[in-house]
Structures are given as structure tokens and as C-alpha cells.
Design a protein around this ligand. Structure first.
Ligand code: DX5
Ligand code: ZN
Length: 219
């Protein structure tokens, strides 16, 4: 069953509540919250306060994507704020296995992510520790970019690696997923699609969700 995690990065910052209501009404499965520190990625975005506010306003699972150089300083705050899924990047200099274990011990599902230039193989030792694997399909930092096709080869590769170890971890794609590109991502093995501009920028988000639900290879 394919899930759509609606990215609020595409929302008007003055109308976050309206954006939430729109994606809920459209039937999004999860809410994707991008957290950026201006170092790991060249942009600044949501903090734990926004996660607290969203937690109070929705029962959708909160899928929090930490694009931070030092997620170890903030992981606990985001779990306490209400993150159900908390994803960190492999490329950071911290103790990544230790942090994935800590996120699980705090009560959230740990996720691990790679940028487009990071090979899938580096995730091999981390896969047993993760409930979600996020392949960035654009350079992280900004919404509204075009999907980088070569990243989908890594999705296929990781789908095989997860199968080989008997993992049920979700395989998520993030960046440039729209009503055309989602199909290739699903065929490559992704089961959670982050959608930002393609969903929130749509005139009819309900139609976008219907399209994704009825046109994926798993139905
Ligand atoms: C980019 C973020 C994405 C972004 C996706 O760094 O991680 O979650 O919101 O936006 P779209 O779907 O517009 O590419
Ligand atoms: Zn993201």
C-alpha cells in the first residue's frame, strides 16, 4: 500500500493550518516536516515548535526529516514535540547508529536518509537499525525541483538490500515527486512518496491523491 507524506515546505507560511486542512481533506497518509539548519542544507525551516503545533492539530503521523549537521542536539526535542518518524542523514559526522538507537529508545521510528550523491551501499550497516529509508531524489534544501533520475537506481538497489535482510522498513522518496514521476519511484520499490509542490500547489489535491492511489503498480 503506497503512502503519501505531504510536505508542508510547499505551504504558505502564513497559512500552515489551511494547508494542513487541505492535505488532510485530500487523504494524505502522513505529514512530512522538513527541518533545515542552513548548514547541512542552504536553507532554514521548521523547528520543534511547529511540530508541537501540528501535533495538537492533527492525528496524521508526523514524518520529520532532519536536514541538520547536529541532529543529536535536537532529536529528543522533536520526539517530545510529537514526531512519529524521525529521519536523520547518513552524511553527518555524528554517531549515526547510536542516534538511530536513541530515536527508537525515545519512542519514535528511526529513519535514515541519503543525498543524491551518496551511494546506497553506505547504508548497509544501518539498515537493521532503521524503520524508514529515505532516498533524496533532489538535492535537499528546496521544494519544487525536478527529480534526478539516477536516484531511482538507488531506490531499486535499496529495495533489494532491505528484502535481503528481511526488513519491513519503509522506502521513501523525497523531491520532485509528482503525478508523473511517482510511478517510476513506485516501480523502483518506494512505498512512501513525499509530495510537496505537486500536492499543495495543485488546484485539486483530491484528484492528485486519487491519481496516485489508482495508478500505482501495487493496486
Ligand atoms: C527538500 C525537502 C522536500 C521538499 C519536497 O529538501 O526534503 O521534502 O519539501 O518538495 P517537492 O515535492 O516540491 O519536491
Ligand atoms: Zn524532506
Amino acid at each position: 500500500m503506497i503512502k503519501v507524506s505531504a510536505s508542508l515546505l510547499a505551504a504558505d507560511p502564513l497559512r500552515l493550518g489551511e494547508a494542513l486542512a487541505r492535505v488532510e481533506a485530500a487523504g494524505a497518509d502522513w505529514l512530512h516536516v522538513d527541518v533545515m539548519d542552513g548548514h547541512f542544507v542552504p536553507n532554514l525551516r521548521f523547528g520543534a515548535d511547529e511540530v508541537v503545533a501540528l501535533r495538537g492539530a492533527t492525528s496524521l503521523p508526523l514524518d520529520v526529516h532532519l536536514m541538520l549537521d547536529n541532529p543529536e542536539r535536537h532529536a529528543e526535542a522533536f520526539v517530545r514535540a510529537g514526531a512519529d518518524w524521525l529521519t536523520i542523514h547518513q552524511e553527518i559526522k555524528a554517531d549515526v547508529p547510536g542516534l538511530l538507537r536513541q530515536i527508537r529508545a525515545l519512542g519514535a521510528h528511526p529513519g535514515i536518509s541519503i543525498k543524491p550523491s551518496t551511494p546506497a551501499e553506505v547504508l548497509e550497516p544501518l539498515l537493521p537499525l532503521a524503520d524508514l529509508v529515505l532516498v533524496m531524489t533532489v538535492e535537499p534544501g528546496f521544494g519544487g525541483q525536478r527529480l534526478i533520475p539516477s536516484t531511482l537506481e538507488k531506490v531499486s538497489c535499496l529495495a533489494g538490500m532491505l528484502q535481503d535482510i528481511g526488513s519491513n522498513a519503509h522506502l521513501q522518496v523525497d523531491g520532485g515527486i509528482d503525478t508523473f514521476t511517482f510511478r517510476e519511484a513506485v516501480q523502483a520499490g518506494a512505498d512512501v512518496l513525499v509530495m510537496g509542490s505537486a500536492l499543495l500547489g495543485a488546484d485539486d489535491p483530491v484528484a492528485v491523491m486519487r491519481h496516485v492511489r489508482t495508478n500505482n503498480s501495487c493496486t
